[in-house]
Design a protein around this ligand. Sequence first.
Ligand code: TA6
Length: 315
Amino acid sequence: MSDSKQVEIVELKHKTGKSSVSVSLFGATITSWKIFNTDMLWLSKKASLDGSRPIRGGIPIVFPQFGPGKLRQHGFARVSMWEHDSTTHDLQSGDCTAVFILKSNDTTRADWPHDFELQYQVQLGMTNLVTQLTCKNTGEAAFDFTALLHSYFPVSSIDEATIRGLYGLNYIDTIDENKVKTERDTLLTFKGEVDRIYKREVVTGADGRVRGNEVVFIGDGGNCDVGVKSVNFTDIVVWNPWAKKAEAMPDMEEDGWKHFVCVEAGSVSHPVKLGPGESWSAGQNLTLRILREAGEELARTSTGPRLDPLKPSGQ
Ligand code: TA6
């Protein structure tokens, strides 16, 4: 990856020494998450870490617009310099938490004329990683946005990658004229480009929280399975560009597309509406379920932060 003038990276290490996470202040992008020295996220070897373009891999933050539209693709959050607000350690569990802030400024207002404060909480457990995005409308007028955590998960080979937990969900197939279809496979496999927006069968409880189909499991066909539990996001995007689209990406390493799947918790099929002074919060809990080489030790010692009950969404 080209990092001639690398942007500051905040490193978190679990007290047990078994896990770590790295966050670039450019986009508050998580560029690395390791457990037992195994990479739990995929990062292109050609990713730019110098702030010259969005980071290809890890967990870029998409806000205030998912996809193409009036603003730049995926919005400005992932190409803005965030502030590292704090890092705290839980002496009992060994978990550590870092908080990053992005406030509206002249640059963001030139793109999107609203006042907001984004807070991004990154909580590292020994075998899990919780990331939670909170948006507060600090202006005088309501606004709409879409938001998503664009997580890239490594797989030994895309031919062996599987995703479980989507059965029965309706999805928008963006590579087939945005047709709405229903997932009929209990185990999703990859035979070509996939770019789908799955709508969680959501029930918005009396507390305003969104529930349903929280956990999706990614199997890499080999070493480890990861669970993606999302809270208060309404959708799950699944993406692999396959060969042709990948070749057109200057920051996609040779054959890189064969070694990741994106499973992205987000609220993208319908915008989130926030009135003045209102807040919205949503998050994901990424949990290592099986790391074959870690075997017994993992099973015995798995701990980690939970995704706190989120404040009701402003939706
Ligand atoms: O993952 C969903 C998606 O919207 C795809 O359509 C593809 O564009 C991908 O995001 C990557 O977008 P990027 O702007 O990072 O190349």
